[in-house]
Design a protein around this ligand. Structure first.
Ligand code: PMP
Length: 387
């Protein structure tokens, strides 16, 4: 009999629930998609040009493992200027293959078998699998709709055990768009300090905030030493395909992460790094234009959902609206599947992001105003039909 070559770990991983909907939508014509979690903007031209120039000049070799020093210096001054947090370019920053790889190496660096990481749901679908792939145990806790999908400190305390190593945080959040303010971050910091926990903070949407100023967790008193700050270029700079992110953390942690990064990846793509230098140096006004446009679209879509009876809180950041579909009596999977098959609008059912996402759908408004208006028209029709 043929041997089973697959590891138990690989076999146990479940495919992402988002994929099923993409596959369904891909086989259909005329679909208006609010499904994908990426900017509809093309990367600003000067950023693309910088990569082209680097290729023309023959910069086609590996960079330093941690990334081009010039890029790390730019990241350090950007983090300082933009978010008021200070990291050393030579010892505390690693350029990664997207925020995704930064999360992966963070987990592999801090977890021993059986160590627990608190995952606050609803959340990005990769967190739990990354913990599991690093032999850790994800412990899920539910941020609730009645709290604007923000976790309460008491909820965190309820699930902390002797094995808890870290809390995984994401603000602004995918899929809810909720953003934690300074006071809410201070409450989490207090818990981290009390139980001596690390916090991995995924700040990839930090550029895309609409109402309040953004506060990084690393800025909260005492937190810098227990924070692994992850960010990247995919969302704020419309650079998903370049696969470029970064991680900032105290030297002891980054240097351990660098060992894993060096063996697994060597370095992030060099031409993408040249593009990122340009993005940080001269991309500010492009980002501001994109933020303005997202804000307009957010206001439109959230108002439209509330008008059609789908209660929707105003998301403070990212580019997702997360309306409730509970009033329809359908589950989030039923709603998303029927909306796709009957009205050709693709959204993502909230349950794929965790238990408390049930009763909701994730709608990305990173698409043109015309497409949003068409989606709203079709959704209204659908709601009228089923009510
Ligand atoms: N974190 C969150 C919260 C995300 O939504 C995403 C992308 N959907 C990522 C990380 C991954 O980003 P990257 O393209 O930088 O790997």
């Amino acid at each position: 009999m043929k041997k089973n070559y697959l590891s138990k770990k690989a076999q146990a991983l479940k495919p992402s629930g988002i994929r099923r909907f993409f596959d369904l939508a891909a086989g259909m014509k005329g679909v208006v998609s609010l499904g994908v979690g990426e900017p509809d903007f093309v990367t600003p031209w000067t950023v693309r040009e910088a990569a082209i120039l680097s290729i023309e000049q023959g910069y086609t070799s590996y960079s330093a493992n941690a990334g081009l020093l010039e890029l790390r210096k730019e990241i350090a001054s950007y983090m300082q200027k933009q978010f008021n947090v200070a990291y050393s370019p030579s010892t505390e920053i690693i350029v990664t293959v997207g925020a995704s790889q930064a999360i992966d190496i963070a987990m592999r660096t801090i977890l021993d078998p059986g160590d627990e990481v608190i995952i606050i749901e609803p959340c990005f679908v990769s967190y739990s699998p990354m913990v599991e792939m690093a032999d850790g145990v994800p412990v899920h806790v539910q941020a609730l709709k009645e709290n604007d999908f923000k976790i309460l400190p008491s909820q965190l305390e309820e699930v902390i055990t002797e094995k808890t190593k870290a809390i995984m945080l994401c603000s602004p959040n995918n899929p809810t768009g909720s953003m934690l303010n300074k006071k809410e971050l201070e409450d989490i910091a207090e818990i981290a300090d009390k139980y001596d926990l690390l916090v991995i903070t995924d700040e990839i949407y930090a550029e895309l905030v609409y109402d309040e100023e953004y506060t990084s967790l690393a800025l909260i008193n005492g937190m810098r030493e227990r924070t692994i700050l992850i960010s990247g270029f995919s969302k704020g700079f419309a650079m998903t395909g370049w696969r470029l992110g970064f991680v900032c953390a105290p030297e002891e942690i980054t240097q351990a992460m660098l060992k894993i990064h060096q063996y697994a990846i060597m370095c992030a793509p060099t031409m993408a790094q040249f593009a990122a230098i340009e993005a940080l140096k001269n991309g500010r006004s492009d980002v501001e234009e994109m933020v303005k446009s997202y804000r307009r679209r957010r206001n439109y879509i959230v108002q439209s959902f509330n008008d059609m009876g789908l209660t929707c809180h105003l998301p403070g950041g990212a580019f997702y609206a997360f309306p409730s579909i509970e009033s329809t009596g359908l589950s989030s999977e039923e709603f998303a599947e029927r909306l796709l098959l009957e009205e050709s609008v693709a959204v993502v059912p909230g349950n794929v992001f965790g238990a408390s996402g049930e009763g909701h759908i994730r709608c990305s408004y990173a698409t043109s105003m015309e497409q949003l208006q068409e989606a709203v028209k079709r959704m209204k029709q659908f709601i009228e039909k089923i009510s």
